[in-house]
Design a protein. Structure first.
Length: 175
């Protein structure tokens, strides 16, 4: 019998997130000079920082290549940030090899078809409520939050609570 997401959460050591549609709502504002601007949720940022401070590996694999996104995530303490990743399985394999991880201990949150191959290889594939139907179909947990609206906070908070590492256990500083 397949394990439920609640049975898998205690074994999670690593979080991997897509950006557009997960850490953002998928909307891109295009300025006259061609600059693309995304909006990120501060609550997701707090949770990412809290997970890093609690000793979890927190990685990003995104097809987008906005350096503003990289800067924001670095300020939160993330070091494994793969932008411009069009074949995400390559970056996933690199992370697994670099840290000698068991894919069963990885939570990946994606929202669309480019995330599919990685999501079939991890222990806990998750998605926001507004993810593509194909992604919802392979997810063991579907957040009640939409992309960019706290879905990352939702899964991080649940994992850290199950493991006794949330709410006052760590003093995360973020901005």
């Amino acid at each position: 019998m397949e394990k439920s997401y609640k049975e898998i959460m205690p074994q999670i050591t690593t979080f991997i997130f897509d950006v557009d549609g997960v850490l953002t709502d998928g909307v891109v504002h295009v300025f006259q000079n061609g600059e693309l601007v995304r909006q990120m949720n501060i609550k997701d940022g707090y949770a990412l920082k809290t997970a890093v401070d609690a000793g979890f590996k927190v990685c990003i694999i995104s097809g987008g290549s906005n350096e503003g996104v990289r800067s924001r995530l670095k300020k939160l303490g993330l070091t494994d940030i793969y932008l411009g990743a069009h074949n995400k399985i390559d970056q996933f394999d690199e992370i697994i090899k670099k840290y000698k991880l068991n894919p069963e201990n990885v939570l990946y949150m994606g929202d669309d078809i480019p995330d599919y191959p990685v999501m079939t290889r991890v222990g806990l594939p998750c998605c926001p409520k507004d993810a593509a139907s194909e992604i919802q179909g392979i997810s063991k947990y579907i957040s009640q939050k939409n992309g960019g609206k706290g879905c990352a906070r939702d899964v991080i908070e649940q994992v850290l609570k199950v493991q006794g590492k949330w709410n006052g256990k760590f003093d995360a500083k973020y901005d």
